[in-house]
Structure formats: structure tokens, C-alpha cells
Design a protein around this ligand. Structure first.
Ligand code: SF4
Length: 92
């Protein structure tokens, strides 16, 4: 349904017949870690995220999985390789 408050007229999965069902009954503003992300839009309460109603929660366990400006860096040397499986792959 379409949001009627923060992003009026925008399709939102959190808007229901009872209103906004996101935690706290509304979107929350983006946090400092979100700066530079393509998912930030201006709402009636200021900058909000179109992907997540509670940006702080998206960052509580580390990197936000929707973030467009930051990616997980994996160091190859830290990746553990099962030598038996690697041997089988090399044989193909
Ligand atoms: S997608 Fe993640 S990083 Fe981007 S604005 Fe939303 S919460 Fe912030």
C-alpha cells in the first residue's frame, strides 16, 4: 500500500490498513553510517531509507546488507579452503 505519512504516495510494504506497522509506527531517520547510500530519500521527517524503516537496526550487527556505498571486503588469505574440495575442483 502507499505510505500516507513520511513518504506519502510511495509504495511501502510496511503500510497497512491500520497505518504504518514499522517499529514505532513510522520510519526513522538514517544514521551517520548511511551517508553516501543511494537508498536515502527525503521524507517529511528528514532523510530516510527506502529499504529499511529502522536504519540503526540494519547496522547493529555490522554492515547493512542493502548499503550501496560500502561492501564487505574479503581478504583471500583469510578464506579457509578445504584442501580435499580444492583438490577435487582442480581436477575438473
Ligand atoms: S540501505 Fe542501509 S545503508 Fe542504505 S540508507 Fe538504508 S539502512 Fe542506510
Amino acid at each position: 500500500m502507499q505510505c500516507q505519512t513520511v513518504l506519502a504516495g510511495t509504495e511501502c510494504v510496511f503500510w497497512s490498513k491500520k497505518g504504518c506497522v514499522a517499529e514505532g509506527g513510522s520510519c526513522q531517520n538514517v544514521i551517520e553510517m548511511c551517508e553516501g547510500c543511494d537508498h536515502i530519500v527525503d521524507g517529511t521527517i528528514g532523510p530516510v531509507c527506502v529499504k529499511a524503516p529502522a536504519p540503526a537496526k540494519k547496522w547493529s550487527a555490522g554492515l547493512c546488507n542493502f548499503a550501496t556505498h560500502r561492501k564487505v571486503e574479503v581478504k583471500i588469505s583469510e578464506v579457509k579452503v578445504n584442501p580435499i574440495k580444492a583438490s577435487k575442483r582442480a581436477g575438473r
